[in-house]
Design a protein. Sequence first.
Length: 246
Amino acid sequence: MWTAVVSIFPEMFHALTGDGVVARAIAGGNMSLRVINPRDFAADRRRSVDDHSYGGGPGMVMTAPALTDAVREARKSAPGPVTTVYMSPQGRRFDQAAAAELAGLDNLLFVAGRYEGVDERFVEREVDMELSLGDFVLTGGELAVMVVLDAVARLLPGTLGNPASTECESFADNLLDYPHYSRPPEYRGAEVPSVLLSGDHAAIARWRRGQALARTWRRRPDLLVNRVLSAEDRDLLRQHLLQAAE
Ligand code: 4GN
């Protein structure tokens, strides 16, 4: 997958490209990331990309010309049609389904805004998709872009060693994850649930499914409303909730 970011803080993206799974995806050629600084497209000697807000008020606005030149330059180096994404609290809520949707596209260009916002005419003319991580405000779009890139990168075929790990995990089925345990079998008096040591793979799968359902029911009931559970899932959930009530 081809990706690029327009940002006035290109160095921030070393956090993503330096180490970890995404760094390896890039080094191995599964994904490319180009970072473009809109300051390189500023018209003045001071390389300004911001100006005062029409209508007054505090703070500066990222201006349309430098951002437009930057995204157009970035698109030239893409091997095909580019989807341009702007991260802001006004966007559509980003979730696992959105990550999967983006992972299905070939060329993604992100815009990381700064200051009080970017000129709306830039958003209208150059942006295909405005996405939000949630109802909170960051000082810049860079961290939000990196969150989305990370979530997308791990869904690309070839990024994670074992594709089953994205299928079984939390949100693959829109449920919270089941609890995980590793050695030692007893840690400071706390034991690993015995079913996980039983070697009975069907029983383990049922237990995990029941845990995922019960956790979702308790912690994120919003994920279960308007959802019809299979008879088996309903049984597993009932059993787990009854067991917990004992
Ligand atoms: C995205 C960007 C929050 C989000 C952002 C979010 C930078 N804050 N909830 N801040 O996904 C002014 C210019 C605000 C861009 C934007």
